[in-house]
Design a protein around this ligand. Sequence first.
Ligand code: NPW
Ligand code: ADP
Ligand code: K
Length: 501
Amino acid sequence: MIRILSSQQIKALDAYTIQHEPIASIDLMERACRAFVNWFTERFDGRNTIAIVCGTGNNGGDGLGIARMLQEWSYSVKVFVIRGSSETEDFKVNLERLRGKVEVVEITSLDETIFSEYDVLIDAIFGSGLTRPPEGLFAQAIHLMNKSVAVRIAVDIPSGLLADKVSKGEIFKADFTVTFQMPKLAFLFPSNHSFTGTWCTVDIGLNKSFIKEQQTSYYYIAAKDIRKILKPRSKFDHKGTYGHALLMAGSYGKMGAALLSGRAVLRAGVGLLTMHVPECGYVILQSSIPEAMASIDEHIHFITAIPELDKYTVVGTGPGLGQDKLTVKAFRKLLEDFRKPVVLDADALNILSDNRELLLLIPAGSILTPHPKEFERLVGKWSDDFERLDKQKSLAKQLKSVVVLKGANTSIASPEGAVYFNSTGNPGMATGGTGDVLTGILTGLLAQGYSSLDTAIAGVYLHGLSGDIAARERSMVSLIASDIIEFLPAAFKKIMHEQKV
Ligand SMILES: NC(=O)C1=CN([C@@H]2O[C@H](COP(=O)(O)OP(=O)(O)OC[C@H]3O[C@@H](n4cnc5c(N)ncnc54)[C@H](OP(=O)(O)O)[C@@H]3O)[C@@H](O)[C@H]2O)[C@@H](O)CC1
Ligand SMILES: Nc1ncnc2c1ncn2[C@@H]1O[C@H](COP(=O)(O)OP(=O)(O)O)[C@@H](O)[C@H]1O
Ligand SMILES: [K+]
């Protein structure tokens, strides 16, 4: 897991590294500059004219160091400095090191065209030291940089964006953000995407054991976390080893959702799958998923009852379910009678929003997978993404269950208050049915005995990884939900194969 630290913790980490590596602070800054420059030179060649806009803190110091290194690589660079109330030591040293090498202009007033002749604008005004909204020349400079047609790149954090709080005022709109060591919490929220653009982390060798010791509730999921979760199969395993899942899904006109989920349960490796569907789904199911056993409801169009539950390890429900009052009754009975974890999605969540007393019946350790609209129906509106995150954590705690809030960087909240952000997936997955596939994957993994949290972390990651492979093979535009099922084996292979290396 990549631990996501607050600005304050990052400051302490910086100081700890300087003291214990030990490394001089200016040399650590030099390392950060080099990491940025390595990233930059792989993507932009010497034909680009570059302006670097610096504050007078350490983010500005980085900007100056980057200017020197790019000049050494023969790039055409000009530096603009906007003075704040104070200068850091490393800013001063780097300004001295730049003397006679790169033109440095101090900004005392701003002309509309000041940044118009550059191909690339590098923002090094504020980083993790931002304490309040930028004003005056700072705000004006950010505003003009945002109006420019140049490619905009932020050093560490887009100026004006707070790493772990709600930001107000003028914020640099980066096309790319190259951030040091670890993602910042604010980068993972939909509302900040237009400021960070595409972001990446570069390793600047900050002290790893200090990072491990820090208290945090926020994590960014990496491939090796999934490798640790997934258990290899053993020679004498049999289908009983991998659980028996019951999927209750589908209604007239929405059997597709049930089929997508059902196929995904199987591809996630379940031992046995039974699908409870309305009568209209019988032929459809038997002819399209031969591996699944069918349990047929008495009603022709929707589910009105639940089958005998004893033999099932786990129940997944919601996709294509509908919300008829008889279905609500059956859903209530399911929650009353089944005391093991369930996976709840789509209409199961909508039923919960409309019948809030049912929330109390959800077995502890269940997994809920709302998309933002379903989440809003469950918890009400939020004023910003930090409040949304708080609501997600509260719901997980209240229900003693895992709440998976879907979207780019899907967040997974545990009942204990930790939140794990997904690192896979792409906008090609913004197409009907992909959530049904996720429900299936989660149901299939939970049936195999993984804990609810491990199921959610691995399932969400694999779902996104499969989507990434599908997008590569089929293009984002043409990606459809079935592709995610089709490439799930490749996603498993990628994770499991690398386990041996
Ligand atoms: N952490 C690491 O591991 C490493 C970090 N490095 C780099 O250091 C950066 C952090 O540097 P930093 O702490 O000097 O703060 P920075 O962002 O430059 O701000 C400067 C000063 O601006 C001020 N200020 C704040 N808000 C303001 C406002 N709205 N309007 C006007 N002024 C405002 C505020 O001072 P104040 O006026 O509040 O006293 C603040 O002190 C980090 O992002 C990374 O780039 C690397 O070099 C090496 C490894
Ligand atoms: N821009 C995106 N980036 C990454 N993943 C995405 C993106 N858009 C959608 N997804 C993923 O696709 C799935 C969509 O789920 P959902 O909205 O429930 O779809 P449906 O109800 O049609 O099945 C979620 O897992 C979500 O994380
Ligand atoms: K910056």
